[in-house]
Design a protein around this ligand. Structure first.
Ligand code: G4P
Length: 534
């Protein structure tokens, strides 16, 4: 098959939701119906992520589980579908944002009783920024939930884009009769239970209205009426608008009952985009070259969007998750890390097949492959088969909380530095070195990140550390229009400056007013709340 054909049959998407909306259940059913797993229950272990607590074992378990199953590949209807899970706990939201940079679309699961919840809202914002197409699945229709029109209205408001219903529910909770498929004009009849396969559900054409009325009574007429209202209020389905992130198709169902799930799987194949071109911005000697890298280009290129330490503490290796942007990966290929211009010699290269890892035989744009290495790769690195490219856009968010690290045994300083450097490279935490010296600062977006880092420093680097609170509550990355402006600023605030793991200058602040004041004093200095890996 040609490169073009291979990339066109790929679909790479992230599944996003607020905890408990039914993401794990839906993931499992998608895997089940594509044939990637044989029995239900296999994905259940991932639920650990939901209960992330400060319990160390729990964190370890969570890490292990996420290595094994945060990326899952399945084939369905001659397509290769790559599903990327996003961490459930809000303290790891940075990870989630980065995962969203590696996908071409997102599947949003919402609980029909709760509508769009806090956690989903933040994720939506990131999708919106990138114009990522979103498919919406309204789950748990077998429960007493909100009116579908009401849910649609909320999704529309929260997403800031019109919804186009693809299926429509007849009743809900105890009187849930099934869903009407607007395209095929048939009603699929609901039956509770998790054994049934999608093809086992009974389908009745809408034209057989007498039968439907006789079986579902007023619920059927009410559904028709609300469906008409919904359709009247929504724009016509416009595939281009969906691809541009300007409208979302909406499906209703009940994940746990295998109901309405096949429609989503089909939508991923029929509607979701195949990999799209990515922009490389390479700066050499202050000269930036912009290149559009097409998925079907023959040169291999990919970007590291996640780095994960190996679970086996005896092996200090790490897996760099690479989203292939173009070309074809084959084993034994010579690879280069753009940032260092060094050759990457992975000890193994794996693909993620639902529950297991396998050696990659080949991978194309859209696929996610894992390079096991002993170092030399960082989050945001571009890896190619030799060409000079640098993908940008991997976000780092300014930390919202800080702690200083105090080493209990000063003889372990070297190990601490190594540990912090590596954890920083993984993106587990952000590490800042104050310009004036002193203890290292750890910056995080969520409290749990500190706990994970403290635990891992002990378990993996044998460094017992104490984390102490400090005065800083935020940071901004600093750039200036001219070297003179920058100097004036750094001279004014020597005690507030630090460099992060990527050696980028940052200003440490103690309150939001603090940034505002500094900004007023130095209008030519730019204070960035977000750093993109470049
Ligand atoms: P998450 O990954 O988004 O956190 O959600 P998960 O799939 O774990 O689902 C959360 C709970 O909602 C689970 O119940 C799950 O069984 C239930 N659920 C998922 N889909 C549906 C649905 O369509 N209808 C109904 N009624 N419930 C659904 P639990 O009690 O927490 O776990 P379990 O003991 O049932 O596994």
């Amino acid at each position: 098959m040609s490169y073009t054909a291979e990339t066109r049959r790929r679909r790479t998407f992230a599944i996003i939701s607020h905890p408990d909306a039914g993401k794990t259940t839906l993931t499992e059913k998608l895997l089940l119906f594509s044939g990637a797993i044989q029995i239900a229950g296999a994905v259940k272990g991932r639920k650990a992520s939901r209960h992330a607590t400060s319990d160390w074992m729990e964190i370890e378990k969570q890490r292990g589980i996420s290595v094994a199953s945060s990326v899952m590949q399945m084939s369905y209807r001659e397509h290769v579908v790559n599903l990327l899970d996003t961490p459930g706990h809000k303290d790891f939201s940075e990870d989630t944002y980065r995962v969203l940079t590696a996908v071409d679309s997102a599947l949003m699961v919402i609980d029909a009783a709760n509508g769009v919840e806090a956690q989903t809202r933040r994720l939506i914002e990131v999708c919106r920024q990138r114009d990522t197409p979103i498919i919406t699945f309204v789950n748990k229709m077998d429960r007493e939930v909100r009116e579908p029109l009401d849910i649609l209205d909320e999704v529309e408001r929260e997403l800031g884009m019109p919804c186009v219903p693809m299926t429509w529910p007849v009743g809900q909770g105890k009187s849930f009769g099934g869903i009407i498929n607007l395209r095929t004009q048939t009603m699929t009849v609901f039956e509770a239970g998790s054994e049934r396969r999608p093809q086992d559900f009974e389908a009745i054409p809408l034209s057989d209205a007498d039968t439907l009325r006789a079986r579902f009574g007023s619920a059927f007429d009410e559904a028709l009426e609300s469906m008409e209202l919904a359709v009247g209020a929504s724009p016509a389905w416009d595939h281009e608008a969906f691809l541009a992130g300007k409208q979302t198709p909406v499906f209703f169902g009940s994940g746990v009952n295998n109901f309405g799930v096949m429609e989503v799987l089909d939508a991923l194949v029929d509607l979701a985009p195949s990999p799209r071109p990515r922009i490389s911005r390479l700066t050499v000697n202050r000269q930036t070259t912009e290149t559009e890298v097409k998925p079907e280009d023959t040169g291999f290129a990919g970007v590291v969007f996640k780095v994960q330490a190996n679970m086996d503490a005896n092996h200090r290796d790490r897996i760099a998750f690479v989203r292939v942007a173009s070309g074809r990966y084959t084993p034994g290929m010579k690879l280069k890390v753009q940032r260092t211009a060094k050759e990457l010699r992975p000890t193994s290269v794996v693909t993620f097949m639902s529950q297991r890892r396998e050696a990659v035989e080949e991978a194309y744009a859209g696929d996610i492959i894992g390079f096991t290495t002993h170092g030399g790769v960082q989050l945001g690195d571009t890896i190619t088969d030799g060409s000079n490219l640098q993908f940008t856009g991997l976000p780092f968010f300014a930390p919202e909380m800080f702690m200083t690290v105090v080493l209990k045994n000063p003889l372990r300083t070297k190990q601490l530095q190594q540990g912090l450097a590596q954890l920083g490279e993984e993106g587990a935490i952000q590490v800042f070195k104050p310009d004036t010296g002193g203890n290292m600062l750890l910056g995080a977006v969520g409290q749990l990140q500190f706990e994970v880092v403290q635990h891992r420093l002990k378990a993996e680097y044998d460094c017992d550390v104490r984390l102490e609170s400090c005065q800083y509550t935020g940071a901004r990355w600093i750039t200036a229009d001219s070297a003179a402006d920058l100097k004036a600023f750094t001279d004014a605030y020597p005690m507030r400056l630090a460099h992060d793991a990527a050696d980028t200058l940052a200003y440490l602040c103690t309150s939001p007013y603090d940034v505002r004041l500094a900004q007023e004093r130095f209008p030519k200095i730019h204070f960035h709340p977000l750093r993109e890996h470049a």
